[in-house]
Design a protein around this ligand. Structure first.
Ligand code: ADP
Ligand code: MG
Length: 350
């Protein structure tokens, strides 16, 4: 349905807002782009909508390069809620909802019928059609903003932080409403937020961006269970992580476990000994600030191959580039992903 192929955007002045984005989405998916302010979310949305052009790379909708579509055709395919642009105050609710249908030259009768139908979907009566935005509450205005994107019934809807300005209670109920609505309508939604709760609640798949780069893409469950790195973990927050996996050890818990000390010369044999005594699955050896080895007792995974294996050789070559703590955390994360239950950190110099 929607595909990014090596999409990069460099603004005038040299700011790289989006960097080599490669992604593919299915029809009917609810996709949430999330990342801190300035990470390139709005830029990405504007490129899908052809409000700006990628500096390189291509975007495809239903297999066709959007640069080959004319703008009117694109409008028939994409509905858009712009970040921080409210309703037009001098237009009635009906006129606000019907902006795009009007541009697409739908007859008046059809536009009004559609507006009525949409209001019903969000439990508002048709009495609202001829009112003006200031006669509605903030939450109601936001609903109308969403309906405006749905009005022309396009299969792809882009929404840039549509609930950003709302109080938490109104936002919560609108999220519920909108998720249900999407399930009924079956549209493909690309939704932008910087709020992880909102992303976890709404998304079929979450795309995490940082500094214009793709950090991780996955279902809310995958992201909660296997955050790609510290950045994602911090973004999710400790509480949510613990809630999501009460029986799985977190990197935090491992880091806080008491380290075991072994001497410098006999590390491997001592490691084996310690693993036997402590009945642990795996073990990390930290040496000073830079050298670290990971051992896994394969016996636990594979009864037929009774030997110790090193977690990965790459771990050793990358040490000089990163600070010890980050490295240890990343290694623990990798080991936890392999299904290990307990990973003590061993610092030989303690
Ligand atoms: P987000 O929506 O995630 O907050 P944006 O896509 O709006 O981020 O911006 C990404 C980066 O590109 C930011 O550093 C922003 O300052 C920069 N940027 C956005 N628009 C422009 C522009 N028109 N010209 C130059 N830089 C821009
Ligand atoms: Mg933005």
């Amino acid at each position: 349905m929607l595909k990014f192929d090596h999409v990069t955007k460099v603004y005038k002045g040299g700011k790289k807002a989006v960097s080599d984005l490669n992604l593919e989405f299915n029809p009917g998916e609810f996709i949430v782009f999330i990342g801190p302010s300035g990470c390139g979310k709005t830029t990405t949305m504007k490129m899908i909508n052809r409000l700006i052009e990628p500096s390189s790379g291509n975007i495809y909708i239903n297999g066709k390069n959007i640069m080959e579509k004319d703008p009117v055709q694109l409008r028939r395919e994409i509905g858009y809620v712009i970040q921080q642009i409210g309703l037009f105050p001098h237009m009635t609710i009906q006129q606000n909802i019907s902006l795009i249908p009007k541009l697409l030259k739908w007859p008046e009768e059809k536009r009004r019928a559609r507006a009525k139908e949409l209001l019903k979907l969000v439990n508002m009566t048709e009495d609202y059609l001829d009112r003006y935005p200031h006669e509605l509450s903030g939450g109601q205005q936001q609903r109308i903003g969403v309906l405006r994107a749905l009005a022309a019934d396009q299969p792809l809807i882009l929404m840039d932080e549509p609930f950003g300005a709302l109080d938490p209670i109104t936002r919560d109920s609108l999220q519920d409403e909108f998720k249900k609505l999407q399930q009924t309508l079956g549209k493909t939604i690309v939704f932008v937020t910087h709020d992880m709760d909102e992303a976890l609640k709404l998304a079929d798949r979450i795309v995490i961006l940082k500094d214009g780069q793709l950090v991780q893409v996955g279902t809310p469950d995958e992201i909660l269970r296997e955050p790609a790195n510290d950045f994602v973990e911090e973004f999710i927050g400790k509480e949510r992580l613990l809630q999501a996996r009460p029986n799985i050890q977190t990197v935090e818990q491992v880091m806080n476990a008491n380290p075991i000390t072994i001497t410098e010369d006999k590390s491997l044999s001592e490691a084996i000994q310690i693993m036997k005594e402590k009945r642990v699955d795996s073990l990390l050896v930290v040496d000073g600030n830079q050298v670290l080895k990971g051992y896994i007792d394969v016996e636990i995974i594979d009864q037929n191959r009774k030997k110790m294996v090193q977690v990965a050789d790459v771990l050793e070559t990358e040490f000089f580039a990163v600070e010890k703590e980050t490295l240890v955390r990343d290694t623990i994360r990798k080991i936890l992903k392999m299904g290990m239950k307990y990973v003590p950190v061993v610092d030989r110099h303690k």
